[in-house]
Design a protein around this ligand. Sequence first.
Ligand SMILES: [Zn+2]
Length: 340
Amino acid sequence: MSSPGSSPRKRLKLTRKTKKENEEENGPNKRAKIDPAEAKLEALKKENFMKACLQVSYEAYIDFKKRFQLIYFPACIDNKCIHHDKNAKIEQVTQSSEKYFNIEVKNKTWFEAIEVCLMCITSSQYLSSSMLMDIVEIIMNAHEDDNSGYSIEYVLRQCQHTLLYNFRMHPPCITKGIRDCYKQFLMSPLIKKENNLSNRACYDSQEGIVSYCISRLLYELSMESKDGTLLDKQEVPEDIQEEIQKIYWKKHTFELFEFLVRTERIERLMMVLECLIHLLQTDLALWHSRRFSTNGQTRSQRPLLAYVLWPINCLTDGAVTQQCHKIIELYAYFIHLSYG
Ligand SMILES: [Zn+2]
């Protein structure tokens, strides 16, 4: 209860007056009386705080593993790079190995094809861009084959392992050959399927594997796609009479991404994207570490991610391109679906 004559407004006025009076009486005198030793201590505290902030920011910046969410720390960052040694001959796999791999791919003997790849990856040899792409094609298109002796899950895991193993042994280092190989792998148009049943051309397959996966995933997450297979199986043409030929025809015609069910299609795209993003993140960490150690002198070299997001020319770097829009759209879908 307020007593008569002491309304809140009046009380506020009185308080203000008292404060003003206090300032006039004590303010300037108090400031003048600050102890020099105390002032010095305050300045030192401020300086130490700024130093601590710089130290924390610096440590967070050079912690590339945490910053780029890397599974491992690329050896090329850690001054243990083997690619700069002129005596060490580090090259793409030999043509004969690639030929052997291609035979297995053509026969759709996926496990054997992957075994060839694993034998080819050594400290002095890395997979060619076309072999990397073929492994991605296996992940996207392979179907369960009861006669192979291996489950499809095992084959897919081996494919993913092979890609990551190659990236780990030979990260996208500054060496021209390796970087060109990865650039080609990420940016080359996807091969057109011989039987033409695939509709991959509708999903930016001409713009490289990252663009394709993003466009296709957007479609698969949308209402437009359907839960079952995207294509219906057809009858074997009448002119194919022999049983072996029929099996071969079915295998080559129906072993496609479009003949998988929706959950499987999304799963396969995510598997490929996981590997691709790992490669891009490693490259980004390498690029930042080089810029850091050379004081920004390597600025002219673009990270692989820049080719993916701004493929036309480096002048558009940073602009919100169609590719950036799609990534934001995907991100919104994932938040909405609580995917993780
Ligand atoms: Zn290196």
